[in-house]
Design a protein around this ligand. Structure first.
Ligand code: UDX
Length: 440
């Protein structure tokens, strides 16, 4: 098939590349000329394992074309995917400016009947509004072109996005016509060995499915973080409780790891957007509101423990941070707990020495300028520890899981570790470490 993907952000780039990998001809279109030129030269705008290799191979096969020329792409495509960002506005609602500007461009450039598929995460009802918007522009150009609309949300996890895209748990297709379902089923058939993984439904339910999936996962995490806090005050251990409840198939082991809060580009934004959609429609969601509140508090838990140990005034103290990315496998620091931890420590007078395998540069861009002078970034994990008063683990990168504790002990000025992801075995206490974890 011939496809146009509008938006070469995380979702558009990964999805477009995977479609090309299956032999489709894919135009990845963006208005950002620098990004397109970089991609033509195989320079990636994000870090995602294996993405660079697949982009290069598919460009060499001429199945993947990066361009700023939307018209050229639309003239040669039968399906148009919208994969632009829908960032959170200050009031928590989804900002649809990129969606409508892309819809404007489609309306102004399109010259034949087409299917428009919304892959971006959009509030319920947006797909129909986008269709109307494009049709109005087409009508104003005096043309008679038929536009079909579909919703096809993405469920890609950063760090394993290629794997998720090539072998999805499910593909959700929301549409109105049998022929649209058939076309998209054909497109996705090579990605699913079992056809029941393609789930078809109405457009609004498909839009809702994306929000509900992420909100459910966020709810599991906030629930478990709350349980961790209760475990702490009662003397129970959340690591044992997790195994105890996860063994019940109805609950399962996944996404019930207590930690220092969830971050990323999706959970915080999508939970908030669902709250806003509910309120806009006259329903106040109590549970979702608290999922967010629990998470905001959880991002403070590590610093609360630091303050309990060292006191409110942290001046003269240096803290070593392992992990800046919101999770392992990515350079993304959006809504990362590391930001909250580092800012609070510096606000209390402390200094930071930080190491992350991938996210140092993105972190430097994300953090307010006033904090930068109090942070030293290093490129070797043990260098971050030199003469620090404590090590704080914020992101559970694999390389932190089995470190050399003798080396840590030698380099730290005090043998104190705050483990925000519960990855260290409590037996290190026997080697003289003070170990603070979440919920145990
Ligand atoms: C998420 C969804 O999983 C994906 O399907 C979606 O479409 C995009 O958003 P992603 O943001 O890449 O993916 O990260 P994910 O792996 O889901 O983790 C989100 C956050 O939850 C991370 O901050 C992670 O550290 C945290 N988390 C996850 C926990 O704190 N505990 C857990 O048990 C699992």
């Amino acid at each position: 098939m011939k496809l146009t993907i509008i938006g070469t952000g995380y979702v558009g780039l990964v999805t477009g590349t995977c479609f090309a990998e299956m032999g489709n001809k894919v135009y990845c279109v963006d208005i950002d000329e620098k990004k397109i030129n970089d991609l033509k030269n195989n320079i990636m705008p994000i870090y995602e394992p294996n993405l660079d290799t697949l982009v290069r191979e598919n460009q060499e096969k001429h199945d993947l074309i990066f361009t700023t020329d939307l018209k050229e792409a639309l003239d040669d495509s039968n399906i148009i995917f919208l994969a632009v960002g829908t960032p959170m506005r200050e009031d928590g609602s989804a900002n649809l400016d990129y969606i409508y500007s892309a819809a404007d461009n489609i309306g102004n450039s399109i010259s034949k009947d087409s299917l428009v598929v919304i892959k971006s995460t959009v509030p319920i009802g947006t797909a129909f509004k986008v269709k109307e918007h494009i049709e109005e522009i087409i009508a104003s150009r005096g043309l008679d072109i038929n536009i079909d609309i579909a919703s096809n949300p993405e469920f890609l996890k950063e760090g394993v996005a290629i794997e998720d895209c090539m072998h999805p748990d499910r593909v959700i297709i929301g549409a109105e016509k049998e022929e649209v379902f058939d076309l998209l089923k054909d497109l996705y058939a090579p990605f699913v060995s079992k056809h029941d993984r393609i789930i078809t439904m109405d457009v609004k339910s498909s839009e809702m499915t994306k929000y509900v999936a992420n909100s459910m996962l966020a709810t599991k995490i906030s629930f478990m973080n709350e349980i961790a806090n209760i475990c702490e005050v009662t003397g129970a251990n959340v690591k044992n409780v997790r195994i105890g409840i996860g063994s019940d198939k109805r609950i399962g082991y996944d996404f019930i790891y207590a930690g220092c809060g969830y971050g990323g580009s999706c959970f915080p934004k999508d939970v908030q957007a669902l709250i806003n959609t509910s309120i806009d429609n006259g329903y106040t969601p109590e549970l979702l509101n608290h999922v967010e509140i629990v998470n905001a508090n959880q991002k403070k838990v590590l610093v609360n423990k630091v303050v309990k140990r060292f006191g409110e005034d942290l001046s003269g103290l240096t803290f070593s941070i392992w992990g800046l990315a919101f999770k392992p496998g990515t350079d993304d620091v959006r809504e990362a707990p590391s930001i909250e931890v580092i800012k609070s420590i510096i606000d209390k007078g402390g200094k930071i020495r930080a190491y992350d395998p991938k996210a140092i540069e993105t972190f430097k861009v994300a953090i307010d300028d006033k904090y930068i002078d109090s942070i030293e970034f290093v490129n070797y994990k043990y260098d971050a520890i030199n003469d620090a008063n404590a090590l704080i683990l914020v992101t559970e990168w694999k390389e932190f899981r089995n470190p050399d504790f003798e080396e840590i002990a030698e380099r730290l000025s005090e043998k104190i570790i705050f483990d925000g992801r519960n990855i260290f075995d409590s037996k290190i206490k026997e080697e003289g470490f003070e170990l603070y974890q979440i919920g145990c």
